[in-house]
Structure formats: structure tokens, C-alpha cells
Design a protein around this ligand. Structure first.
Ligand code: FMN
Length: 197
């Protein structure tokens, strides 16, 4: 499967907005990573799509906030440079995955110079692949967090994909027409929101 990082390096177009994909799973064969790659395809020609690499971000510890750990500074820079973010996340125990919440806790903090976190007010949308709940319980737990961070959520808010037994066996995400249409709708809504600004 094509790497989004390759797309970013080879096809960066300065006239296009930048959308940063944040995948909530660190698993190599992650279904959510595959869903993010589908989303990137839907944004192609309308945005430069970057995939955030956040696997080195440490567990949040307020004692270790300053000086800012290098992996944290790197993800903050990526967020600051993006016009919008698209979070694609699994559901863990009917809620948000702990590692992703940890990333957001780091991102939520003010910068070393006291300026506001770059994630505050950022335009965004969210999707998820999980079991029968389609990650909707996860999304529900994110809503108050996104509100606290004053994030600007695109109107077509959420696509939830239910993973089938066959997908779990093959480790390959298959999207039906309704899921594809919903992802396209999200891509269109995010681009429209960016264009409004
Ligand atoms: C710790 C943990 C908790 C999970 N809890 C749920 C859950 O509450 N609801 C659900 O639909 N799937 C749940 N799952 C299954 C995930 O949806 C599934 O493992 C999925 O493949 C994870 O996404 P990924 O492929 O992007 O890593 C859980 C998986 C893990 C590892």
C-alpha cells in the first residue's frame, strides 16, 4: 500500500492546504491506518496530506513538560503547520484509546513560551473503525475533549466502520459503498470548511 509519507514528500503543492492525519492506533497493520489512507485518497488533489508519526511521544508527566521533549515538539510543529487534522481512531473499551488521549494531552498544553497550543481551534474531522459499535462510543467520549480544546469540527462529523470477522482474519479493511460515500462526504466537508477560512 502506498505510504502517505511518500505522497507528502513527492507531491507537496504549496498552493494547497495541509491536512494532518492522526491515526489512533500504533499497530502496524491497523485498520484505522488503512482507513486514513482511504481518506488521504479522497483528499488527493485538494490537500497535501501528512501522516503524523507520534509513536515516540512519551507518557505525559507534568514534571517532564519543560524542556519540551523532542518528539512532543515535533508533533506540535506538525499540528501548527496543518490547516486541519483528520483523526482516524479505534475504540478501546467503549471509549477513546489511551495512547491517543495521551497525545492530545501533550498537544493541549501551552507552548514553552506561554503561547496557546497549536491544536486549540484547529479545524478537524474524525472517523473510526472498530467492532459492532463502529467506534461511535469512542467518538462520544471525544466530543467533550474536542469542545474543551475549542476545535472547529467539520459538519460531516463522523464515519464509523464496523470491522467484520473476515476483515479481522485477513487484516485487510474492506469498505462498502455507504462507508466510502460517508468518507467522501467528510473529505468534502473538511475541504469546504478550510476554504471558508
Ligand atoms: C484494548 C482494546 C479494547 C478494545 N475495545 C473495543 C471496543 O470497546 N469496541 C470495539 O468495537 N472494539 C474494541 N476493540 C477491538 C478494536 O476495534 C480492534 O482491535 C481494531 O482492530 C483496533 O483498531 P486498529 O486495527 O486500527 O489497531 C478493542 C481492542 C483493544 C486492543
Amino acid at each position: 500500500m502506498e505510504s502517505i509519507n511518500e505522497v507528502r514528500i513527492e507531491e507537496h503543492d504549496g498552493s494547497l492546504p495541509t491536512v494532518l492525519m492522526i491515526v489512533g492506533s500504533l499497530r502496524k497493520k491497523s485498520f484505522n491506518r488503512q482507513l486514513a489512507q482511504f481518506a488521504a485518497g479522497e483528499l488527493a488533489d485538494r490537500a497535501n496530506v501528512h501522516m503524523l508519526d507520534w509513536h515516540e511521544v512519551p507518557m505525559f508527566n507534568q514534571d517532564e513538560e519543560f524542556p519540551t521533549p523532542e518528539p512532543v515538539a515535533a508533533v506540535r510543529t506538525e499540528v501548527a503547520e496543518a490547516d486541519a487534522i483528520w483523526v482516524v481512531t479505534p475504540e478501546y473499551n467503549h471509549g477513546m484509546p489511551g495512547p491517543l488521549k495521551n497525545l492530545f494531552d501533550w498537544l493541549s498544553r501551552p507552548m514553552e513560551d506561554g503561547s496557546l497550543s497549536p491544536i486549540v481551534g484547529k479545524m478537524m474531522t474524525m472517523s473510526g473503525a472498530a467492532g459492532a459499535s463502529c467506534a461511535r462510543d469512542c467518538f462520544a467520549t471525544w466530543l467533550p475533549v474536542l469542545k474543551a480544546l475549542k476545535m472547529c469540527i467539520a459538519p460531516a462529523t463522523f464515519t464509523g466502520v464496523a470491522l467484520s470477522r473476515e476483515m479481522f482474519i485477513s487484516d485487510r479493511l474492506e469498505l462498502d459503498d455507504a462507508a466510502k460515500a460517508s468518507m467522501r462526504n467528510q473529505a468534502d466537508a473538511l475541504i469546504a470548511l478550510i476554504d471558508q477560512e
